[in-house]
Design a protein around this ligand. Structure first.
Ligand code: ZN
Ligand code: ZN
Length: 380
């Protein structure tokens, strides 16, 4: 389905690689293909980029687990133009990759400062809005069939007073003198590769390319304020607790019109009183009297779609499991639906009136010869 290469293959490691091994492998691949070492080589840049993407996913335990289970997120998924369901809904471009590499290996070099600002280490504008995470509780029925939920998310939103520009009314942002409006400056740094020219966000304007002489009072020049947004989440059928969707651009709005962060919606599926979920199958216990098992009967069994009649044939043993095909949870990443398993249990009434006891005494002896001797696995 996806055209992306396997993350483990990209890093040349096995599926069971430890975090340390992943880091080591990434470092090797990233250094080999780093654009500063291979100027103008687009193939190398792409290998650097994809290795960084692979590393960003595999180093994160939760993302890695999702990736192992679901593989790459479907491309161009449904919601909001870029919802990557389940799998590591994760894409990095080359700039992200360069930043990420610096973050992982470049800090502490002899560069001329400015990194703290760049990585959100302090005052002033951020490059991109923060990523947010919320938990969405859903019922088992909703998880099984999929559901659309509306959520109010508290977050940074664009400032109304200045339209997100950060500049007070009537004052215009001016082009940054340090980067001439480019938003990025080159720096010489000591790194693993030796002395390295690197492009970093301009420390003066924090990558915006503009500075503000007269900041907006409402947002103190940041262009964003605290607010909330109603967000519609289309929960795919078949999710389990811990599955998540990443909604691109639905996190905090970035300062001064920079792009918004992502919103991760983590699903928490509530326990059901009726059903035990086993993967995509649902298990329910249906107690009947021993007489019903002997004579056969018909029972009404609850399912996610209302009650369904089930015929229990005469001579059914206790604990027999009947399978109702397609009455379970929709598979999340492949076609089809799980089943509902109905476990029929002989339920022995603890209190019987005299008349009933007398009738049962009559049949007790009749049944004796029909029950086998003790042994192994008698129900199999
Ligand atoms: Zn403002
Ligand atoms: Zn600048």
């Amino acid at each position: 389905m996806s055209t992306k290469r396997d993350y483990y293959e990209i890093l040349g490691i096995g599926k069971s690689a430890s975090t340390g091994e992943i880091k080591k492998a990434y470092r090797k691949v990233a250094i080999k293909h780093h654009p500063d070492k291979n100027p103008g080589d687009e193939g190398a840049a792409e290998r650097f980029r994809e290795a960084t993407e692979a590393y960003e996913v595999l180093k994160d335990e939760q993302k890695r687990q999702q990736y192992d289970q679901f593989g790459h997120a479907p491309e161009g998924g449904g919601f909001g133009g870029g919802a990557g369901y389940g799998g590591a809904g994760f894409n990095v471009d080359l700039n992200d990759a360069l930043d990420s590499f610096l973050r992982n290996f470049g800090m502490g070099g002899g560069g001329g400062g400015g990194f703290g600002d760049m990585f959100g280490g302090g005052q002033g504008a951020q490059r991109r809005g923060r990523d947010l995470q919320i938990t969405l509780n859903i019922s088992l029925a909703d998880a099984a069939k999929g559901v659309t939920k509306k959520l109010k998310v508290n977050k940074q939103v664009p400032c109304d007073s200045c339209d997100g520009s950060g500049a007070a009314e009537g004052s215009k942002p001016v082009t940054c003198g340090q980067c001439n409006g480019m938003g990025r400056v080159r720096q010489v740094r000591q790194s693993l590769l030796g002395q390295m020219m690197t492009e970093v966000a301009c420390p003066q304007c924090h990558g915006q390319g503009q500075t503000i002489s007269n900041p907006c009072g409402n947002c103190r020049g940041t262009g964003t304020v605290r607010g909330s947004e109603m967000i519609e989440v289309k929960v795919p059928a078949g999710v389990s607790s811990g599955n998540y969707m990443e909604l691109q651009g639905k996190g905090d709005h970035g300062d001064l019109g920079s792009s918004a962060g992502h919103l991760r919606v983590v699903f928490e599926v509530e326990e059901s009183d009726l059903f035990e979920r086993r993967g995509d199958d649902l298990v329910i216990d249906v107690p009947v009297s021993p007489v019903d098992l002997m004579l056969g009967t018909k029972v009404e069994v609850p399912t996610l779609n209302g009650k369904v009649a089930l015929k229990i044939p005469a001579g059914t043993h206790s604990h027999k499991v009947f399978r109702m095909r397609g009455k379970g949870v929709t598979h999340v990443n492949r076609p089809g639906t799980g089943d509902q398993l109905v476990r029929v249990l002989a339920w022995t009434p603890e209190k019987l009136d005299k008349a009933t006891k007398a009738k049962l005494e009559d049949v007790r002896d009749d049944l004796k010869g029909l029950v086998p001797a003790p042994g192994r696995h008698l129900y199999d």
